[in-house]
Ligand binder design. Structure first.
Ligand code: BG6
Length: 304
């Protein structure tokens, strides 16, 4: 299957489209935030982007796959929620097509502005690859400086689903921190087949705790999706890497929170669920020369 790459713009923001020559599969990635804003399979869109998303190159896009780095949430108050990667202007480093896939590589490094918010030298590489039925997003943070830094990272994926008609693999028994009640992390007691209220939970991948199902299966009217997640840490170009546990955030704002989000139509909470693989338990320390890679594969399956 032949794949192609095209540079274009979407709502005034520079982007790269990856597609199969037949048009059966496609993906679009903005340079702003390195945000994937589309992934289509058989002509059907599998990511959700808000109709009220703000395309001004300042505010992060509400939808697609925004990148959270160097923090998830706002543990460091001097920096905005989810960090600055999602609303920074990335550099297009390379595009590539092979027989069975197309790839775009984007990079971001520290500037005077980022050093005010976070005083570290860093280099991010984000590789997005479209192939038959699947989209791979791989984020690497490298420490090119001479002092350690601590970071978190997450791929904030908005899946387009009819919430009333979707279910996710059971997280039952997995260690769960509920961001709404802010109690202690405890094993999940709900089957979580579907969503019928606000949900904002972090499932923690920890030794001794029940592993998060892998791949995760999302069933929806739009067709099933499998989500694979992995992470590793090591010296940048050395083959030996140690595996890093990947947590999963599960989020839907439901009625009231959706109303409070200016860039989301009031009823749009019905049209997506966020399943977000990330490294968000505490912080990962990167020594000089070390890198951390988080990778997600979305694999669209045939409707059952
Ligand atoms: C989720 C968080 O990942 O992102 C939620 O768990 C948060 O707490 C949501 O509300 C959206 O964040 P933002 O900054 O994009 O509005």
């Amino acid at each position: 299957m032949e794949f192609q790459v095209e540079r274009t713009t979407k709502n005034g923001l520079e982007s790269v489209i990856l597609r199969s020559a037949s048009g059966e599969f496609s993906a679009e990635v903005l340079l702003f935030g390195a945000t994937v804003v589309s992934f289509t399979v058989g002509g059907s869109e599998r990511l959700f982007v808000s109709d009220d998303a703000i395309w001004n190159g300042i505010k992060a896009i509400r939808g697609g796959i925004p990148i959270c780095f160097p923090q998830f949430g706002q543990p460091l108050k001097e920096m905005s929620q989810h960090g600055f990667a999602r609303n920074s202007h990335w550099t297009l480093a390379r595009t590539e097509t092979k027989d069975q896939e197309a790839t775009v590589l984007l990079t971001l490094q520290d500037t005077e502005e980022t050093r005010v918010l976070w005083p570290h030298a860093f280099m991010l590489r984000y590789r997005v690859t479209l192939s038959y039925r699947s989209l791979t997003t791989e984020l690497t943070a490298y420490n090119p400086g001479d002092t350690d830094y601590k970071c978190q990272m997450l791929l904030h994926t908005y899946h387009r689903v009819q919430v009333s008609d979707m279910s996710v693999d059971s997280f039952e028994g997995c260690l769960c921190y509920d961001q709404l009640t802010k109690g202690d992390a405890e094993p999940e007691t709900q089957r979580m087949g579907h969503i019928d209220r606000e949900v904002d939970k972090i499932y923690l991948e920890k030794p001794g705790a029940k592993p998060i199902p892998s791949p995760l299966h999302i069933s929806a009217q739009e067709g099933p999706m499998r989500v694979y997640k992995t992470a590793s840490k090591g010296k940048m170009d050395m083959e030996y890497k140690t595996e890093v546990p990947v947590d999963v955030v599960f989020w839907n704002p439901w009625i009231d929170k959706a109303k409070s989000l200016a860039d989301l139509p009031d009823l749009a909470y019905k049209n997506f669920v966020c399943v977000e693989p990330g490294i968000v338990q505490g912080w990962i320390t990167l020594c000089p020369g070390e890198s951390l890679t988080l990778s997600q594969i979305l694999e669209a399956r045939d409707k059952e």
